[in-house]
Design a binder for this molecule. Structure first.
Ligand code: TYM
Length: 335
């Protein structure tokens, strides 16, 4: 069975973008893969996180993943800081990846913004840690949203250079799994910007813990244009906000843009937004309820994550020890 790895940052409440672009696809892969799901707290601190908030958000993120259907008995769920192998392999990868490669990363440019000199060095080497997350398990399939494509290409470049430099075939090639009509969910306020947990405007996103009234209000206020929905997919070109709402509807109903337009084409946004709100409430309410239930027993949640970290370390430690040996470390820890 192929091994799957993916991660999500506990840098806020997960959004509909995280859910439709990534988490839902994680759940689908669980049937016929060995899956490792990770809440990546080491990545989160590449930008400032209040310590108490980070702790709470890490547990909340784990609870949301369980509520969405992550199966911790058949698969592994843990917090990244619980397995030291990630940081150990990341250091080796810091020495394999070239500055020129990192300079091309568009997410660094977006996140660092104009004040690049003041960004943390962790933010710069963020993709190296991400490569380490995946390669520490010899995972070969990685389900993500479209925004992670460039990082996964870099993870393959790092693996190839490591294999080449040390004359081995140690790290396998990884295949991005980027699926569905919502691989890039856009902001509700601006159809050209990605929906993000860290956007300063809460109106720009649906959070997985929004209640029915909040969802209704955000969808009612979502930016649209004055024309009715087209009946053909071509009619969505140059209408990013319309394309986004149709894509969200399609993902929630497991169809595609064309089928949604067949049903709703010619309609104004008023009735379509009502139908979308009903659908969102129907899908998200059980997740919110289950998340609160799981968070009411934090001790049990921490035990579950600790056991996940132990099982993850049992896979990653020997792989990273072997990478260290290949590099030429004497390996005192192996006794
Ligand atoms: P993060 O926390 O930003 O996002 C988690 C997942 O959600 C997807 N995503 C979206 N998909 C569609 N539309 C959106 N608006 C949207 N916003 C986010 C992301 O593509 C991602 O799949 N670097 C990763 C975390 C990570 C990781 C890894 C992923 C760390 N190590 C190893 C895979 C493998 C990230 O930024 O996650």
């Amino acid at each position: 069975m192929q091994r799957v790895f993916s991660g999500i940052q506990p840098s806020g409440i997960p959004t509909l973008g995280n859910y439709l672009g990534a988490i839902r696809n994680w759940i689908k892969l669980q049937d016929d893969h060995d899956c490792i799901w990770c809440v990546v707290d080491l990545h989160a601190i590449t930008v400032w996180q209040d310590p108490a908030a980070l702790r709470q958000q890490s547990l909340e993120m784990a609870a949301v993943l369980l509520a969405c259907g992550v199966d911790p008995a058949k698969h592994i769920l843990f917090l990244q800081s619980g397995v030291r192998a990630h940081a150990q392999l990341a250091w080796i990868f810091n020495c394999v990846a070239r500055l020129g490669w990192l300079n091309r990363m568009t997410q660094f440019k977006d996140k660092a913004g104009k004040d690049r000199e003041n960004a943390s060095s962790g933010l710069y080497v963020y993709p190296n840690l991400m490569a380490a997350d995946i390669h520490a398990y010899h995972a070969t399939r990685v389900p993500v949203g479209d925004d992670q494509r460039q990082h996964l290409e870099l993870a393959n470049d790092i693996a190839q250079k490591f294999n080449h430099d040390y004359g081995v075939e140690f790290f396998p090639n990884i295949e991005p799994v980027i699926l569905g009509p919502a691989a890039r969910v856009m902001s509700l306020r601006d159809g050209t910007k990605k929906m993000s947990k860290s956007d300063p405007s809460d109106q720009s996103r649906i959070n997985l813990n929004d209640d029915a009234d909040t969802i209704a209000l955000k969808i009612r206020r979502a930016k649209t244009d004055p024309m009715p929905l087209p009946s053909e997919v071509d009619g969505l070109a140059d209408r990013p906000e319309a394309r986004n709402l149709v894509g969200i509807y399609a993902a929630l109903t497991d169809t595609d843009h064309a089928s949604v337009l067949k049903e709703h084409g010619g309609q104004g946004f008023g009735p379509f937004k009502n139908a979308l709100t009903d659908l969102l409430v129907e899908k998200l309410a059980p997740i919110t309820a289950e998340t609160s239930r799981l968070l009411s027993d934090q001790g049990a949640l921490i035990d579950l994550l600790r056991s996940g970290a132990e099982r993850a370390a049992a896979i990653a430690d020997p792989i990273v020890s072997e990478a260290e040996r290949l590099v030429g470390f004497v390996g005192l820890r192996r006794g």
